[in-house]
Design a protein around this ligand. Structure first.
Ligand code: SAH
Length: 465
C-alpha cells in the first residue's frame, strides 16, 4: 500500500488552497463538503472560485504564495496552480512544516492524495489508484456508485438511531451482528431505499419485538428478470437476488441470471411452458406465501416484467390476502428488449404513433382480440406468445383490412446470443417461419417500423437470419 487510507475530520479546520482556477474550485468544493474553513491564496481569482466565496465563506487572499506565508494552524494544503515552480514551493514549504499537502496532478509532490469519493454520508467510500491512474479510480467509483443505493446514508442514520436499543435487546455480539446483517440487507433496508423511512422504522421496531419473542417473518420480492441478457437486470433485481434465501423461477429466466443469485440460496424451478406448467399457478401462489411464512426472503423471479403477461398481479393478490410483505421490481419487458436488440423502434414519427402489446395465446383454439382496432394503420403491434397462433393472427389482420405486405418480424430469444430476427410480411411470414427450426421464446412485431430493421440492426449473433 503506497498510501494509507484514513478519513480526516475537517469540520471548522483551516485548510489552504493555493491557486484559484477551475481545478482549485473543484478542490474547494470537495473540502467544503466536509465543512472545512478554507483560505485561498492566488494572484488571480477565477469566477469559478469567486462564485464560491459566499456559499463556502472563503477567505480569499489575492497575493503570490511565498515561503514566508504562515502555514501554522493549517490542517491541509492543496496546491492547484498552473505554475510548476509555485506548486513545488508550496509542496516544499508544507512538507517542511509537516502539513499534509496535495499538488494537483503531481503525485511526486504529494504527501496525501484525493480519492474518488462515493458520498452517502455518513457512509463514505473512497477509491484511490495511488496516483497511478485517477481515471481508473473514477471508473471504479462509477461501478461502486451503482452498487450503493443513494439512500445508504439514510439507512446508516436509522441504524445509528436504533443501535442502543438493539444492544439492549440482543446482548450477544455475534447474534447482534447477524441481526444487523439481516436488517441492512433485508426488507427494512429496501423500505428505506424506496423512501419509506417511517415504515422501515416501524418494521425495525417490530423485528426487535419479534426477536425478543422469537418470531420469524419473511417476505416476497416479485422481480422482473428482463428479457434474457443478464446485464439487462436492474440494480435492484440483482441486489435482491443476492440477498434472497430462496429463488423461485420459471423457464424464461436464463441459467446465467440464476447464477447471479446468492450462492447458497435455494433455487426452486416452477416451470411454465406452454401446456406444461411444472406447477399450477395456484400452487405457485401458495408456495410463495408458505416460504415467506417460514421466515424466508423469497425472490420470485419472472422473465421480462412481472406485470406484463406475467400473472404478477395474481401472485401478489394471494400474498396480500395473507398479510405477507412484498415488493415488485419492474424488468425490461420482451417487447422493449427484443425490439431494441432487433433495431426496430416500437414507435417512430413516420411509422407508428402508438404501440399495443397483446397476447397471442390460443384459448379453445382461437384468439380473441379486437382485430378491427389492431388492423388500423400507423401503429405497432407486439404479440407475446404468438408463435403457435402466428398464421391465424396474420390472416385475421388481413381479413380486417391490414395490407398483405405489412412488414412483420419474429424475434427468437431476443437480447441473448441465440437471438434471430426473421422478417417477412403478414402474407409471407407464417410460411417462412414454418420451414425453420425456431427456438422459444419468440416475439412478433407487426407494423411498418419493422422496415427499419435492415437499416438499424446493430446487435449481431452467429445465428442464421
Ligand atoms: N413478463 C414477460 C412476458 C411473459 S409471457 C415480459 O414482460 O417479457 C412469455 C412471452 O414473452 C413469450 O412467449 C415470448 O413471446 C415473450 N418473450 C419473453 N422473453 C423473450 C425473449 N427473450 N425473446 C422473445 N420473446 C420473449
Amino acid at each position: 500500500m503506497d498510501y494509507f487510507p484514513i478519513f480526516v475530520k475537517l469540520k471548522d479546520q483551516d485548510c489552504l488552497v493555493v491557486g484559484a482556477g477551475e481545478i482549485a474550485a473543484r478542490k474547494i468544493e470537495l473540502l467544503a463538503r466536509a465543512d472545512a474553513k478554507i483560505t485561498v491564496i492566488a494572484n488571480e481569482i477565477s469566477s469559478a472560485v469567486s462564485n464560491l466565496q459566499v456559499t463556502h465563506n472563503l477567505n480569499i487572499q489575492k497575493k503570490t504564495f511565498s515561503p514566508t506565508v504562515d502555514l501554522h494552524g493549517f490542517r491541509l494544503v492543496v496546491s492547484a496552480t498552473d505554475n510548476a515552480d509555485t506548486n513545488r514551493l508550496v509542496a516544499k514549504t508544507a512538507a517542511e512544516q509537516n502539513i499534509p499537502v496535495n499538488v494537483v496532478d503531481s503525485p511526486e509532490l504529494c504527501t496525501f492524495i484525493f480519492p474518488a469519493i462515493i458520498d452517502r454520508s455518513p457512509v463514505v467510500a473512497a477509491v484511490s489508484s495511488g496516483g497511478a491512474s485517477p481515471v481508473l479510480a473514477r471508473l471504479l467509483r462509477a461501478k461502486i456508485e451503482g452498487l450503493i443505493p443513494p439512500a445508504y446514508g439514510r439507512l446508516a442514520h436509522i441504524a445509528e438511531k436504533f443501535r442502543p436499543f438493539v444492544k439492549r435487546i440482543i446482548k450477544e455480539p455475534a447474534q447482534r451482528r447477524i441481526f444487523w446483517e439481516n436488517i441492512l440487507q433485508g426488507s427494512i433496508a429496501e423500505l428505506v431505499f424506496s423512501g419509506k423511512e417511517q415504515e422501515a422504522e416501524a418494521q425495525l421496531e417490530q423485528t426487535l419485538i419479534n426477536q425478543k419473542e422469537n418470531v420469524n417473518v419473511g417476505e416476497v420480492y416479485l422481480v422482473g428478470a428482463g428479457p434474457g441478457a443478464p446485464d439487462l437486470l436492474t440494480f435492484r433485481a440483482l441486489r435482491l437476488m443476492q440477498q434472497a434465501d430462496v429463488i423461485v423461477y420459471d423457464r424464461l429466466v436464463s441459467p446465467e441470471i440464476i447464477d447471479l443469485a446468492r450462492r447458497d440460496s435455494e433455487k426452486i424451478y416452477v416451470g411454465k411452458q406452454r401446456h406444461n406448467h411444472a406447477l399450477p399457478q395456484e400452487s405457485i401462489n401458495s408456495l410463495l406465501a408458505d416460504l415467506a411464512k417460514a421466515g424466508k426472503r423469497v425472490v420470485r423471479l419472472k422473465g421480462g416484467d412481472p406485470f406484463i403477461f406475467g400473472r404478477g398481479g395474481e401472485e401478489i393478490e394471494t400474498l396480500m390476502q395473507q398479510g405477507i410483505n412484498f415488493q415488485v421490481v419492474p424488468g425490461i419487458t420482451a417487447a422493449s428488449g427484443c425490439a431494441t436488440y432487433a433495431g426496430i423502434p416500437l414507435t417512430h414519427r413516420d411509422h407508428a404513433q402508438s404501440c399495443t402489446f397483446v397476447t397471442g395465446h390460443l384459448k379453445d383454439n382461437s384468439i380473441n382480440l379486437n382485430w378491427k382496432q389492431l388492423a388500423a394503420p400507423n401503429q405497432t403491434i407486439v404479440i407475446y406468445m404468438g408463435l403457435v397462433g402466428l398464421e391465424k393472427i396474420c390472416q385475421s389482420l388481413i381479413e380486417h383490412g391490414s395490407p398483405k405486405n405489412l412488414p412483420v418480424a419474429l424475434v427468437q430469444q431476443g437480447t441473448t446470443s441465440n437471438q434471430r430476427v426473421i422478417t417477412g410480411t403478414l402474407e409471407s411470414l407464417p410460411g417462412i417461419v414454418a420451414g425453420q427450426d425456431i427456438k422459444p421464446p419468440t416475439l412478433v412485431i407487426i407494423g411498418t417500423v419493422v422496415m427499419l430493421h435492415d437499416k438499424l440492426e446493430w446487435f449481431h449473433t452467429d445465428q442464421p437470419v
